[in-house]
Design a protein around this ligand. Structure first.
Ligand SMILES: *Cc1c(COP(=O)(O)O)cnc(C)c1O
Length: 346
């Protein structure tokens, strides 16, 4: 099966399993796990951020950030299809009891004049606006990369309005490789950044939240509260270290495979792909048909190509360390052929 449903489907490699087996461990809730400490130090060094916290998932990482930076009843500004808004089961409302103010975007950048307009003035009638969240790369918009100069402009707005500036950087690794911007340059404009180890980097579990020392102290309490304090977590943190050290630079291969795949699809008669939007490891493509999307997805799965749906008529393919360039090409050709058959049959 060429599994392009997501980069979360990656399985630990043999080498990764070796470092997992050999990991030194301790009780991380007590701060005693040397491998977790090593991972957190490594991430601080890479991102240039003073403190970091290993957490079970990207969702928990974002939610801990929101809980640590807001008070109940606040408003936070996000893109309308941000992971925080769309894929975290309503957690901002449930856990932090904040409201989201959403701005629509086609590439992940929020119109900064609109952001400024959404910030509530000081008035006892109004909720307090306390946070501005960006997502880099932006998942629902196709793995789009935020330009560094945009981030600096957004930071000015955040600072001028005393907003905590958070980045959901689940795939910031991909943005860094694609834009040739260091993780440090991408992270330091923010007050906090959430980074996933279990997407393109290929670790089995885990995310890291980075920020200032006081913020991370607060975050540690929320991690415990949410049940995310883990004991001998070095077992999985070891895989995270291995992933950062060995699978970060190779993300360029996934980006090349996504482009190769997109190019083949773009030449097909019945498919629509915006090649300019393919900036990282994701390809969104359109096929307009009255045949049910699941039927099409199942037809492809029967030919050993797994893709996902990303809205009406839109499909998503994600490239990762367990898809070679041959497989990317094979998957594209299989899709073109299947879609031609379906279209020809009508
Ligand atoms: C995957 C992802 C997350 C975190 O997801 P988990 O499944 O909770 O690890 C957060 N933000 C974005 C943009 C993501 O793509």
């Amino acid at each position: 099966m060429i599994d392009l449903r997501s980069d979360t489907v990656t399985k630990p490699t043999d080498e990764m399993r070796k470092v997992i087996a050999q990991a030194e461990v301790g009780d991380d809730v007590w701060g005693d796990d040397p491998t977790v400490i090593k991972l957190q130090d490594l991430i601080c060094e890479l991102t240039g951020m003073p403190a970091s916290l290993y957490v079970p998932s990207g969702t928990m990482s974002n939610q801990i950030a929101i809980a640590s930076a807001t008070n109940s009843g606040d408003e936070i500004i996000c893109e309308a299809s941000a992971h925080i808004v769309k894929y975290e089961a309503g957690a901002p409302a449930l856990i932090s009891r904040v409201m989201t103010k959403q701005i629509k975007s086609s590439d992940g950048t929020l119109d900064l004049e609109e952001v400024q307009e959404l910030v509530r003035p000081e008035n006892i009638h109004f909720p307090v606006t306390s946070m501005l969240c960006l997502e880099n790369t932006h998942n629902s918009l196709g793995g789009r990369v935020l330009p560094l100069d945009y981030i600096h402009k957004a930071k000015e707005i955040a600072q001028a309005n005393k907003l905590h500036f958070h980045c959901d950087g689940a795939r910031l690794w991909n943005a860094s490789i694609a834009a040739n911007v260091s993780m440090k340059d991408y992270c330091t404009p923010f007050n906090s950044v959430s980074l996933c180890l279990s997407k393109g980097l290929g670790a089995p579990v885990g995310s890291v939240l980075v920020g200032l020392e006081l913020f991370i102290e607060k975050a540690k309490r929320f991690r415990k509260l949410l049940g995310g304090g883990m004991r001998q977590a070095g077992i999985i943190a070891a895989a995270g270290i291995y992933a950062v050290e060995n699978h970060f630079k190779r993300l360029k291969d996934d980006h090349a495979n996504a482009k190769l795949f997109a190019k083949i699809l773009s030449e097909a008669e019945f498919l629509e792909v915006d090649l300019n939007s393919v900036e990282t490891n994701m390809v969104f493509f359109k096929f307009k048909s009255d045949i049910d999307q699941n039927t099409i997805i199942n037809k492809l799965a029967a030919k050993d190509v797994a893709i996902g749906a990303a809205g009406k008529f839109t499909y998503r393919a994600v490239f990762h360390l367990q898809v070679s360039s041959d497989e990317a090409e094979r998957a594209a050709n299989e899709i073109v052929q299947t879609i031609s058959e379906i279209s020809g049959n009508k």
